[in-house]
Design a protein around this ligand. Sequence first.
Ligand SMILES: NC(=O)c1ccc[n+]([C@@H]2O[C@H](COP(=O)([O-])OP(=O)(O)OC[C@H]3O[C@@H](n4cnc5c(N)ncnc54)[C@H](OP(=O)(O)O)[C@@H]3O)[C@@H](O)[C@H]2O)c1
Length: 282
Amino acid sequence: MKRAFGATGAEVARIGQGTWDVPERGAGARAARDAVRRGIALGMTHIDTAEMYGAGAVETWLGEVLRGLPREHVFVTSKVLPSHASYRATLAACDRSLQRLRLEYLDAYLLHWPSDEPLEETMRALEALVVAGKVRFIGVSNFDADAMREARSYLRSVPLACNQVLYHMWERGIEHDLVPQARAAGIAIVGYTPFGRRALPPASSPAGAVLADVAAAHGVPPRAVVLAFLTREPHLFAIPKASRRAHVEENASALDLTLSAQEIAAIDAAFPRGAPRMLATL
Ligand SMILES: NC(=O)c1ccc[n+]([C@@H]2O[C@H](COP(=O)([O-])OP(=O)(O)OC[C@H]3O[C@@H](n4cnc5c(N)ncnc54)[C@H](OP(=O)(O)O)[C@@H]3O)[C@@H](O)[C@H]2O)c1
């Protein structure tokens, strides 16, 4: 259910919960809050957010979701915008996120995507936040293998814990270089948009049939098979976003799902890897 978060020593839920585009107000916000709480109760305690989401409103909403929960029960990640990535602005952005979330510290704090500010400055600021006790672990997001190497080169006292990147069945380019580099360096890869913002192929199609067969063999929904495939290596994590309880419950069924080598090979063949992807140039 939980696994080592890179080389940090922290144990983190393999399947977490994203918060981009959750309804921030009204009945939808209350339903989404209950759904995410249900996910936490089921073990999806790894929660991802960012100052960008709803221009801060999602962090405020998440603060409500987390209210009353033992702090150590959840692993909360937020991200600084590239436009706030100078040394001083990163420190200030982190304080604002903590205030909105009503937390004393973040478990992970990431640069959301490569910035025009000098990367060395941002990495220094992230290290300073760890020293100040406001952040436990630091990372980047949307960094390709070269950019991730550069980010690591600026760190003096704190290791790079993770890189959060796009990873789904139709976008497997990171498997060429980023995933092996992260494996070797003890860096967690947190895959976002695991469902690729599209429907799964129907069970009548060849790829859909593979997912349906594996799902039936394990008694889980096909989306759980997708999540298990995307987290098939020990340093891979996924953060699906679901604001409906039924979706949360489906996703949680992947927490303990281990696929056999044969099942992985069948899924691998059904969803070709494609070419490497230059994430940092997005
Ligand atoms: N670092 C970055 O640059 C970056 C970029 C994008 C996303 N992210 C993070 O990654 C998270 C996930 O990515 P995402 O939100 O883009 O996409 P996603 O998780 O792949 O897909 C979200 C969509 O899938 C639906 N869904 C979830 N579980 C389902 C299920 N079991 N059955 C059917 N539909 C289901 C959700 O519906 P309902 O909401 O209606 O339940 C929602 O419409 C984000 O929320 C965010 O935290 C990070």
